[in-house]
Design a protein. Structure first.
Length: 226
């Protein structure tokens, strides 16, 4: 996979914020592929080794339905951008790009461990990656970065809307009964409700969607191996 556009990565935090404010207008929140349209779905995750100062990126592409692994790849790069909430893309995407470039297929959807438009500038890592590749993306996070919300019901599929500055930017979705919800927001070329529907469809058993869960495990193993 090759991105459709270039992005400068050697930026100061102030320059990174400015770029997010410029690129946010290119994010499309619209209806995208339905669950029945999906054939290949990619999950992306990055882990960090503080001892080595390295980022370990993993991409897992699954065939849908069936959730069989079609492709997987890894890459590691030094962490050159500081950890700053809201600027995760500039720290992690360079490593993810190295892993994604090894993927031969083009997925119908990319899931990212992080935020989409549920972000101070509407430009989380899922939105940034979506604009780079011009592909449908969804951010699925374990914690809330911005916005107000109410706890969804305890049963699987229950949800509440996440609101930020008077706008609905995502959903708080219970993917497994009695387990903490996840925070789902559109990255690019999907709507708020479709992002929720697709995420639930791709989460048949565990708390995280299967492509993301497997990418997380692969990244963790890669990190442990050094």
């Amino acid at each position: 996979m090759k991105p459709k556009r270039e992005c400068p990565w050697s930026l100061t935090p102030q320059e990174a914020v400015k770029l997010q404010e410029e690129w946010r207008w290119e994010v499309k929140v619209e209806d995208g592929p339905r669950p029945e349209d999906l054939r290949l779905v990619a999950g992306c995750d990055v882990s960090f080794s503080q001892a080595r100062g390295m980022l370990y990126a993993a991409v897992v592409v699954l065939k849908v339905p069936g959730f069989e692994v079609a492709e997987e790849s890894t890459a590691c790069l030094p962490a050159t951008f500081p950890y700053i909430p809201g600027l995760l893309a500039f720290r992690e995407i360079p490593a993810l790009l190295s892993a994604l470039e090894k993927i031969k297929s083009t997925p119908d959807l990319i899931l990212c461990d992080g935020q989409g438009i549920a972000h101070p500038r509407g430009m989380g890592i899922a939105s940034h990656l979506g604009v780079l590749f011009d592909l449908p993306t969804i951010g699925v996070a374990k914690t809330c970065l911005v916005g107000k919300w109410e706890a969804p019901g305890p049963e699987r599929g229950s949800f509440s809307y996440l609101r930020y500055r008077g706008r609905v930017v995502g959903t708080v979705l219970r993917t497994r009964a009695g387990v903490k919800p996840v925070f789902v927001s559109p990255g690019h070329r999907v709507s708020v409700d479709l992002a929720r529907e697709l995420t639930l469809y791709l989460t048949p058993r565990y708390r995280l969607p299967e492509p993301l869960r497997l990418a997380h495990l692969l990244s963790y193993r890669f990190n442990r191996q050094g």
